[in-house]
Ligand binder design. Structure first.
Ligand SMILES: Nc1ncnc2c1ncn2[C@@H]1O[C@H](COP(=O)(O)OP(=O)(O)OP(=O)(O)O)[C@@H](O)[C@H]1O
Ligand SMILES: [Mg+2]
Length: 269
């Protein structure tokens, strides 16, 4: 059974129609990539899944149960964890504290005094090591980690706290090549741990490296919906780059009098 299933899902913000007719399934142990240009509806889609905004059309099922979320807590209770791009971390707090933020272990008998600090340090350290995340010192402020490392800590945290669905909102958007690679590696690790991963991105190369299924949104509608076996990286890149639009732009940007250059590769982002 799919972890999440959407049929004909739509969302209006007053008169603005942000999303319509979306069919999407999130199976366990698979990475479902959602691509699309700015304003295509990607964030709206994940806000519906993570309980920030209720959908206004269609059916949304989680573990087979038809639901309309009205708070993020409801999504979390059903094992849907979201890692936002601007991670909700406290930069000056230690890595281990951020790992347990909002879910601290406490001694039952001392409600005021009792954080189980040593235990939380040990678990956070173990969990990060288990995923192969190299943090020098579990006591260093999380603000001293790179953006990629912070994304990885957030992924490890979701896995540790038993998430079944992991939603990653543009986790590689602000990262360089090497750091993106690391985040992609942990995305694959979460998939291998059996989570259903929803990976939002602008970048067809990153999507193609980890994706099992691809959905491209355009102005709130599904433009493409394809399993990995039916699409190549070239198709996906073409779809995302808006091949014709780019060709027209290339023509426009050329200094007058220069001959037409052959279409070049790597035209995304
Ligand atoms: N709270 C809101 N109120 C009104 N309109 C909204 C709201 N949130 C999003 N929209 C509109 O819905 C459409 C889809 O926006 P959304 O943020 O989902 O796009 P996106 O694909 O995430 O874009 P980006 O890549 O820029 O993050 C846009 O036209 C946007 O202006
Ligand atoms: Mg967005």
């Amino acid at each position: 059974m799919s972890l999440i299933q959407m049929q004909g899902v739509g969302k209006t913000y007053g008169p603005i129609r942000a999303l319509q007719g979306i069919d999407l399934t999130v199976p366990a142990g698979r990475v479902t990539c959602v691509l699309g240009d700015n304003g295509a509806g990607k964030s709206t889609l994940i806000k519906i899944m993570s309980g920030l905004h209720a959908h206004t059309e269609g059916t949304f099922q989680v573990h087979g149960e038809t639901l309309v979320f009205d708070s993020p807590r409801q999504a979390l209770e059903r094992g849907i964890a979201t890692v936002y791009q601007d991670l909700a971390v406290v930069p000056l707090m230690e890595v281990w504290r951020n790992f347990f933020l909002g879910a601290e272990l406490r001694h039952r008998s001392y409600p005021l005094a009792g954080l189980r600090i040593r235990e939380m340090r040990r678990i956070a350290d173990e969990e990060l090591r288990k995923m192969g995340i190299a943090v020098q010192d579990i006591n260093q402020p999380i603000g001293t980690l790179s953006g990629g490392q912070r994304q990885c800590v957030a992924i490890a945290r979701a896995v540790y706290f038993g998430a079944r669905v992991l939603i990653l909102d543009e986790p590689t958007a602000a990262l360089g090549v090497k750091q993106s690679g690391v985040v992609l590696k942990y995305t694959a690790a979460a998939r291998d741990a059996g989570l259903g991963v929803v990976f939002i991105t602008h970048n067809p190369h990153h999507a193609h490296l980890v994706g099992d299924h691809f959905i491209v949104l355009k102005r709130g509608r599904t433009e493409l919906d394809s399993p990995r076996s039916e699409i190549t990286l070239e198709d996906l890149t073409q779809q995302m780059a808006g091949g014709d639009e780019l060709a027209a732009l290339a023509h426009e940007l050329r200094p007058s009098g220069t001959p037409t250059a052959p279409a070049s590769e790597g035209t995304t982002e």
